[in-house]
Ligand binder design. Structure first.
Ligand SMILES: NC(=O)c1ccc[n+]([C@@H]2O[C@H](COP(=O)([O-])OP(=O)(O)OC[C@H]3O[C@@H](n4cnc5c(N)ncnc54)[C@H](OP(=O)(O)O)[C@@H]3O)[C@@H](O)[C@H]2O)c1
Length: 282
């Protein structure tokens, strides 16, 4: 098989390509992004820009299966448009089976909602792809580990309320994606890639305290306090808006879903937030 991965220069894309190469099987691998030079052998690097759909027919030519990883462009409306264009280009190029990295909690939503791109892409994929598989990711454990490390000096971790999130390691998601890409029987499936447990704010602080060896509490703050703190840290408004939306989705329970899909697809159990934090803190 010839298997393509978009977002191949990014952290998730690189990890998927590494997993695929390790699993062998004689498949041809193609990594697609606007920096194809970063794609390492044995994969072939191809130029493809979601913002220039005319580049995607060559990028997707000859592929049997394609994993679409959304770009990290946070501007409202952009990723939905990019993913629709990429799905159309893949179908036109004759790709038989499309795999989409989507997000937990996806449901009908309009721009500028953070889940709108995922809803738009999932619906378009289901309507147009010959075969499709959706892999909904939980919040990255590595992103939370970074946030914990930045907040640890203040002695308190914060949230907008009681929250339960099944933080997933990016590498575990990559391994699950590789397993699905190489396997059979996944057409028409919507998987939820989650960590081993939904972790509350209090539990997060307790785990962080144990791993980092310093007392850490959990405090509920309001949205204005959250926004003020992020702005004071020098983050641009677009990032502040995204972070506020993410924290609200934590409280809403969008990421409070635990499945065994990582192990089912990758063959190994997912790592916990504590394990990822311990690795990051070394
Ligand atoms: N679940 C979570 O907690 C979480 C957190 C952060 C992000 N995400 C999402 O998960 C995705 C993957 O995460 P990651 O850590 O691998 O992100 P990343 O390292 O920032 O990688 C993003 C990838 O998107 C590609 N890209 C950007 N603009 C593009 C365009 N116009 N056309 C084609 N490719 C483009 C980049 O490649 P080039 O720049 O080389 O084109 C890069 O390979 C992110 O993009 C974001 O949508 C999820």
């Amino acid at each position: 098989m010839k298997i393509g991965i978009s977002g191949a220069s990014g952290q998730l894309g690189q990890s998927v390509l590494k997993e695929l190469a390790q699993r062998g099987g004689g498949h041809e691998l193609v990594g697609i992004s606007r920096s194809p030079g970063t794609v390492r052998s044995p994969a072939e690097g191809r130029w493809g820009d979601f913002d220039a759909p005319q580049t995607l027919s060559a990028a997707f030519a000859g592929l049997d299966r394609l994993l679409l990883i959304p770009s990290a462009d946070l501007s409202p409306g952009v990723r939905g448009r990019q993913l629709r264009g990429a799905i159309d280009a893949a179908v036109a190029a004759g790709v038989q089976h499309l795999f989409l990295v989507s997000a937990a909690g996806t449901r009908k939503a309009e721009v500028p909602s953070l889940i709108e791109p995922y809803w738009t892409a999932e619906q378009h994929l289901i309507r147009t792809a010959p075969l499709w598989t959706i892999l909904r990711m939980n919040y990255f454990a590595e992103s939370m580990a970074q946030e914990i490390q930045m907040s640890a000096a203040m002695g308190v971790l914060t949230g907008l309320g009681e929250e339960r999130v099944a933080y997933v390691s990016r590498d575990d998601l990559a391994a699950a994606a590789a397993g699905a890409l190489l396997g059979d029987g996944h057409a028409g499936a919507i998987y939820n890639a989650t960590g081993p447990a939904a972790v509350s704010g209090e539990e997060r602080a307790r785990t962080a305290s144990q791993v980092l060896g310093k007392p850490l509490g959990f405090a509920v703050i309001d949205e204005a306090q959250l926004r003020g703190g992020l702005s004071q840290a020098g983050l641009p408004e677009i990032v502040v808006n995204v972070m506020a939306d993410i924290k609200k989705s934590f409280v809403r329970g969008d990421f409070d879903v635990v499945t065994t899909d990582i192990e089912r697809l990758s063959g190994r159990p997912p790592k916990s937030l504590g394990q990822i934090l311990a690795a990051a803190a070394v």
